[in-house]
Design a protein around this ligand. Structure first.
Ligand code: URA
Length: 235
């Protein structure tokens, strides 16, 4: 035990003096603004590790040819977008034409609706992570085949494992069934909480379904209220 513990001139006192000197020298060098958050350094290091891991996975995805017909037809693989430390991930089905052209998920009409949903929750698109089950566009926007989902499973699962979000919101049947490995319908999966690794999972209708069936927006809003309450976001 340190015999000086708790008295002035202790290790704590020495640290205080050293800190004071450091702040004075920073101030004389013109630095007046320091991050207030405690433990910001380890958090930044953890974020950098996740960013690096996602970059490596993104490159793997870009080179993937497991589904040769999709690989042959694609303009871009569509990996995902958002902060590596996002608390909330939205998981969709697969890229459409706009996403294949741009390489970014949910940028077409369904994507614009997703952005509106996110903003209605008082969040911004930039603070959530958005990804799909499939990283390549299926022809004519058909549903992913079971073997395509199986080929992409390693990618979307690894991606979610790296981000380790507190919450995952599955958009539509394909995402919900793929992540939760169930054949229950989206209607049966809504309004329930599931666990996936360290994340809590909620399922709602896909924005494309809302474009075809606008009255279901009310149901999605109810699901978002459940999700925001758990996230601690007041609506
Ligand atoms: N639908 C999806 O599921 N994902 C997209 O990226 C676009 C539309």
């Amino acid at each position: 035990m340190d015999g000086n513990a708790g008295t002035s001139g202790t290790r704590g006192g020495g640290r205080k003096r050293a800190l004071k000197q450091k702040l004075e020298s920073l101030a004389s060098a013109g630095v007046s603004d320091l991050p207030k958050q405690r433990g910001a350094k380890p958090q930044r290091a953890a974020a950098a590790t996740r960013i690096r891991s996602l970059d490596i996975l993104r490159e793997e995805v870009a080179a993937c040819r497991l589904c040769e017909p999709l690989a042959k037809a694609r303009t871009h693989t569509v990996f995902g977008v958002g902060p590596a430390t996002a608390r909330l991930c939205f998981l969709g089905e697969a890229p459409g034409a706009d996403e294949d052209a741009s390489g970014e998920p949910f940028v077409g009409r369904a994507g614009q609706l997703l952005t509106k949903i996110i903003e209605s929750c008082t969040l911004s698109r930039e603070e959530v992570y958005i990804l799909n089950v499939l990283k390549c566009r299926p022809p004519d926007n058909r549903r992913p085949l079971p073997e395509e989902t199986a080929n992409c499973r390693g990618y979307f699962e690894k991606q979610l494992e790296i981000i380790a979000p507190e919450f995952i919101c599955c958009l539509g049947t394909t995402a919900a069934q793929a992540l939760l490995q169930t054949d229950e319908t989206i209607g049966a999966l809504r309004k329930r909480w599931f666990s996936w690794k360290s994340s809590q999972v909620i399922c709602t209708y896909h924005p494309s379904y809302l474009l075809r069936n606008p009255p279901a927006k009310r149901d999605v809003w109810d699901d978002m209220k459940l999700l925001m309450a758990k996230l601690g976001v007041q609506l």
